[in-house]
Design a protein around this ligand. Structure first.
Ligand SMILES: NC(=O)C1=CN([C@@H]2O[C@H](COP(=O)(O)OP(=O)(O)OC[C@H]3O[C@@H](n4cnc5c(N)ncnc54)[C@H](OP(=O)(O)O)[C@@H]3O)[C@@H](O)[C@H]2O)C=CC1
Ligand SMILES: Nc1nc(O)c(N)c(N[C@@H]2O[C@H](COP(=O)(O)O)[C@@H](O)[C@H]2O)n1
Length: 271
């Protein structure tokens, strides 16, 4: 990684965000904040696998403030592969690793071919971020024992993970969707004593969390809207619609300008 980035977030911007952040006395289930940056045409990126900057400097600093307010930060393997994300907070004034969120990667099939060069490992080695926990399918772990080549790769990757304090966490997948069930993901986080998580993306992860009944697990939503159209072909946030189901709507909504972007905060209506 190049020069160390430092972001400044004005303290006056903090109070309007506070109602949407994990409270001091957290409930048993980890607090879930769904947060991402979108274009005016609901795109997260120009195309799958393409890292796309949407946030301006102010809203980017806000995201890095949010990262300090959560125990964990979660992305899908699609994002890990596309972006090689750092998943730490580069906010000015961070003095301790305790202020950094734990990166969580959903990678049921072990598709992320990471090396020690990936940012998250570089930062963990330098003490500028926590080491990732990678959620893998319990079933896949057993199947891979059959293949010698993948065992070697898996062992090498496990060494890289362990060398910085990370680990694989086996989680059951749903046999129909071949995806993790969100309640199982949150249970795995709770078992690691991670009592809050910001889910950053990408498209598949967000859309899967916005459908019924999974959306009832979301405590707050914080979306950065950039004044940009990305055009067709992007990774779009648009959850599957259930016939005759009521529309998903936010309540307790607040709109906050952050530079040229606007940040929309809200809570999902309980059904
Ligand atoms: N603007 C923004 O704020 C953000 C933008 N992005 C962008 O989004 C794009 C990546 O999005 P996308 O390609 O949709 O990939 P995702 O990051 O959403 O990863 C999806 C993968 O995660 C795994 N997964 C496991 N459990 C679940 C589950 N319950 N629900 C959904 N997925 C699950 C699956 O892996 P498998 O198929 O192996 O089973 C799935 O294919 C990139 O271009 C990135 O730049 C990402 C984050 C934020
Ligand atoms: N808030 C926000 N604004 C954007 O414009 C973005 N592209 C993203 N992307 C998310 O942030 C991750 C990158 O984080 P690092 O800067 O590498 O720490 C990326 O993987 C997406 O999750 N977010």
């Amino acid at each position: 990684m190049s020069r160390k980035e430092t972001l400044t977030f004005p303290p006056t911007s903090i109070p309007p965000l506070t109602p949407y952040l994990p409270p001091l006395n957290k409930p048993k289930k980890p607090w879930v904040t769904l947060t991402y940056a979108t274009s005016l045409d609901a795109s997260l990126s120009l195309a799958p696998g393409v890292r796309t900057t949407l946030s301006g400097p102010h809203s980017k600093a806000m995201t890095h403030y949010l990262r300090t307010q959560h125990a964990a930060i979660l992305v899908g393997v699609g994002t890990a592969m596309a972006d090689d994300p750092a998943l730490n907070s580069r906010l000015e004034g961070i003095i301790s690793l305790d202020q950094q969120p734990r990166p969580i990667i959903l990678d049921p099939r072990g598709r992320w071919a990471f090396t020690a060069e990936n940012k998250v490992f570089q930062l963990a080695a330098r003490g500028e971020g926590k080491a990732p926990f990678i959620l893998v399918s319990r079933e896949e772990e057993e199947e891979e024992e059959e293949e010698e080549a993948s065992i070697t790769t898996q062992q090498e990757q496990e060494k890289i993970l362990q060398s910085v304090g990370g680990k694989y966490i086996p989680v059951e997948i749903c046999s129909e969707t071949r995806r993790f069930r969100w309640r199982d993901v949150l249970k795995a986080l709770a078992e690691e004593e991670l009592d809050s998580v910001m889910v950053e993306g990408g498209g598949e992860v967000i859309n899967s969390l916005l459908v019924e009944p999974e959306n009832q697990l979301v405590d707050s939503v914080i979306v950065t809207i950039a004044p940009t159209w990305l055009g067709q072909g992007g990774v779009v946030v648009s959850p599957t619609r259930k016939e005759n189901a009521p529309q998903l709507k936010l309540r307790e909504v607040s709109w906050q300008p952050h530079g040229e972007d606007v940040v929309l905060c809200g809570k999902i209506s309980r059904t």
